[in-house]
Design a protein around this ligand. Structure first.
Ligand code: GLA
Length: 402
């Protein structure tokens, strides 16, 4: 009897210990990050290397004051050029002129506003702007980031020589997790090694699926040094075709940050850019100066009905369901079974575009409520299809709810 109780007790504790170990193993600090596409602001598209403590703090204030925080934008991310060197111990050194109080002070300020703090580095020896990269310092940097209170790391792919992309990003995820702090890992590999095939497996929360975006509706733009090229918005859109099944809660395709408000597109084109990024369940990382937005730009970036499509908890990426030359229909399934739909007119003249229920996966006999997400208006019940006149380079964005 005594022996039996002893065996029972031993097996009981063994079960508890094994369960404990399993629980410990599965509770990685990065589990449950980015369950919807990350939303925030990043310095690169507007300010490039011109970053400083004052700029970042001012932008964090503007995220709150402009209502962007209320609309869901939470990350304030410093891109390239905050770093200048490494010290004698190999620790990364922030630019002392531009960040005189150090990076932790910037993080503390961002956190004091209820926002989250992001930084940028690179898997290679140098960043794309030639600053010190993370290669060989991954664990040291991760500890440093955790000390500063970093919540988001964008990790670029310049100067990586013969490195293997999957292994390099897996290594950085392991380093971030070893720091004990939950940190979103944004893989910025431009789609070269098809990161959608392995990004989720290595713990990436989002991965760039394209080269850099530029502030243009279509075509390409030369880099400042005259070499070729950054992509107009439509090129990055087209590069998403076929990638939709790789996205889901915690792991997203990233067609690059928003250009809304940077001046190179019309407001109509910016509305198209924002609507399409929402249909794609793309990260919504604003890249404009939030301190002095025109009301039209503010209204695009804070359209809560469009943002709700992006942030829908089912986490489906939308796809192109119909194309007739310049006229396209993009659709995304939502958690409640309804569909968000973008009618996109890529042409230079106004056009009528229709969406057929069969392209949305509904029988043509179904009557469905159509709501316009830019006019904020129910348009009524439609059976079989819905048609609208769409401005040149514009969209009509609706939800279709049977
Ligand atoms: C690469 C990235 C950009 C930006 C710059 C910074 O081009 O793709 O998003 O981070 O580097 O140098």
């Amino acid at each position: 009897m005594k022996t039996r109780s002893l065996i029972c007790a031993i097996s009981f504790f063994a079960v508890i210990t094994v369960t404990g170990l399993i629980a410990q193993e599965s509770a990685s600090p990065s589990a449950n990050l980015a369950l919807t596409p990350p939303m925030g602001w990043n310095s690169w598209n507007k300010f490039a290397c011109n970053v400083s403590e004052d700029l970042i703090k001012g932008m964090a204030d503007a995220v709150v004051k402009s209502g962007m925080k209320d609309a869901g934008y939470v990350y304030v991310n410093i891109d390239d050029c905050w770093q200048v060197s490494r010290d004698a111990n190999g620790n990364i050194v922030a630019d002392p002129q531009r960040f005189p109080h150090g990076m932790k002070a910037v993080g503390d300020y961002i956190h004091s506003l209820g926002l989250k703090f992001g930084v940028y580095s690179d898997a290679g020896s140098k960043t794309c702007a030639g600053r010190p990269g993370g290669l060989g310092h991954e664990y040291q940097d991760a500890l440093q980031y955790a000390e500063w209170g970093v919540d988001y790391l964008k990790y670029d792919w310049c100067n990586t020589s013969t490195q293997d992309a999957k292994a390099s990003y897996a290594n950085m995820r392991a380093a971030l997790d070893a720091s004990g702090r939950p940190i979103v890992l944004s893989i910025c590999e431009w789609g070269t090694a098809k990161p959608w095939l392995w990004g989720n497996e290595v713990g990436g929360n989002l991965w760039r699926s394209t080269g850099d975006i530029s502030d243009k509706f279509e075509g390409q733009a030369k880099w400042p040094d005259g070499s070729c090229c950054a992509n107009g918005m439509l090129i990055n859109l087209d590069l998403q075709v076929g990638l939709q099944s790789y996205a889901g809660p915690g792991h997203w395709n990233d067609p690059d940050m928003l250009e809304v408000g940077n001046g190179g597109m019309s407001d109509t084109e910016y509305r198209s850019h924002f609507s399409l990024w929402a249909i794609l369940a793309a990260p919504l990382i604003a890249g404009n100066d939030l301190r002095n937005m025109r009301p039209e730009i503010h209204d695009i970036l804070t359209n809560k009905e469009v943002i709700a499509v992006d942030q829908d908890s089912l986490g489906r990426e939308g796809e192109r369901v119909a194309k007739n030359g310049d006229l396209e229909v993009w659709a995304k399934q939502l958690k409640d079974g309804s569909r968000a739909v973008v009618l996109l007119n890529r042409s230079k003249s106004e056009q009528e575009i229709s969406v057929n229920w069969e392209d949305l996966g509904y029988p043509n006999t179904v009557a469905a409520l159509v709501r316009d997400l830019w006019q904020h208006k129910d348009l009524g019940k439609f059976t079989g299809k819905f048609s609208a006149r769409v401005a040149p380079h514009g969209v009509v964005m609706v939800t279709v709810k049977p």
